[in-house]
Design a protein around this ligand. Structure first.
Ligand code: CP3
Length: 336
């Protein structure tokens, strides 16, 4: 995977899956029960390291992704975070400038202690040749959860982008500023690649996309390249559509994750070949399995053959996914 990120095309493509650790794995469900709640699992290094390693052990993926979650950064900056079963992260909605100003970066290094210890444990246990990916939520997606308070249509965040752009900018600037040490510390502890998840980027029209997705991402990537030029950065602007062209032009960005709706052949023609592509099997194709899975896997791999490509899903593994289909996917790629 690191060779692909440095610009080589590797055949068959290396593979890992977004949400490869999680509820579709019986060993994850057992670990989660042992931890009690999700935040405890994320912040207890031996448990989080075990969750990171489980899918690699079972399926032989080419990369492991740190077991953690994107809301842990705003939580580390002082926002109260809760998880509701099946609904994901819940914050008290952030609507005031003084709440932005109260985000406290001085708390970061202490909050990161268990995350960095997890990375060290995973790195020591991973077989050679399996890369470890660190990550963060991109500022706009974090702002969506903070402003709205939880999953949904993110109307409060989108209204703020129109009605009070200065406030949203101030929030996004704070988040971008904090994301730099958040990612840099992960790489310094042993993460060999970094990924920025912008799951809700596609909610914004072009002008707002430039302000709230591209500008803060470019700032983070530039800072990372100054501090740690050898560490590749993957961006995932989900549902960005044609804005993927502007996104992929962010200086220093090494790879772009394609979502499920992106046609891989067309995406390849829109993104310069020096930027690796990652993706983009439909998680439902993996869930359904069979001949449809085989056909889609081949189609994506062949469409991106001859350019740097990391095979992945277009979004995360669904909890209902049969284990045998994941094993089939890896087997299909190895058999290409
Ligand atoms: O295996 C991995 O991918 C590593 C860890 C990881 C998690 N979340 C674990 C998790 C990563 C990289 C994420 C990213 C993440 N988290 C994103 C970006 C990617 C995407 O899916 O769009 C987002 C938007 C979040 C926020 C989040 N966390 C939501 C919306 C939810 C609820 C949905 C769900 O599946 O329950 C979570 C919870 C969460 N994050 C779980 C896991 C394994 C489920 C927790 C559980 O009940 O055990």
């Amino acid at each position: 995977m690191l060779r692909v990120l440095s610009g080589d095309d590797v055949w068959p493509p290396p593979v890992w899956l977004m949400r490869q650790a999680g509820r579709y794995l019986p060993e994850y469900r057992a670990l989660r029960e042992r931890a009690g709640d999700f935040l405890t699992l994320c912040t207890t290094p031996d448990l989080a390291a075990e969750a990171t390693l489980q899918p690699v052990r079972r399926f032989g993926f080419d990369a492991a992704i740190l077991f953690s979650d994107i809301p842990l950064l705003p939580w580390a900056l002082g926002r109260t975070l809760a998880y509701q079963e099946g609904k994901g992260p819940i914050f008290r909605p952030l609507r005031e400038r003084r709440e932005v100003e109260a985000l406290d970066q001085s708390r970061l290094s202490e909050a990161m202690v268990p995350v960095l210890e997890t990375i060290r444990l995973v790195r020591a246990a991973l077989p050679a040749g399996v890369a470890l990916i660190g990550f963060g939520g991109a500022p706009f997606t974090l702002a969506c959860y903070l402003v709205d308070g939880g999953s949904g249509e993110f109307l409060a965040t989108r209204r703020m982008a129109r009605e009070n752009p200065a406030l949203l900018s101030a929030l996004i600037d704070r988040l971008a500023e904090a994301t730099i040490p958040w990612l840099a510390a992960q790489a310094e502890a042993g993460a060999e690649a970094l990924m920025l998840f912008d799951s809700w980027a596609g909610l914004l029209p072009p002008k707002l996309f430039r302000s709230f997705v591209i500008a803060p991402t470019a700032r983070i990537v530039a800072a990372m390249k100054r501090r740690l030029p050898e560490i590749p950065v993957i961006g995932f602007p989900r549902l960005a559509g044609l804005m993927i062209m502007a996104y992929a032009a962010i200086p220093g960005l090494d790879a772009v994750g394609l979502d499920t709706v992106a046609d891989p052949g067309i995406a390849a023609s829109l993104v310069p070949a020096r930027v690796a592509l990652q993706g983009n099997l439909d998680p439902l194709a993996l869930l359904a399995g069979g001949a449809g899975l085989a056909e889609e896997v081949r189609g994506i791999a062949l469409a991106l053959r001859g350019r740097p490509h990391i095979f992945n899903l277009g979004h995360g593994v669904l909890p209902e996914t049969p284990l045998s289909h994941v094993a089939d996917l890896v087997g299909l790629l190895h058999g290409l």
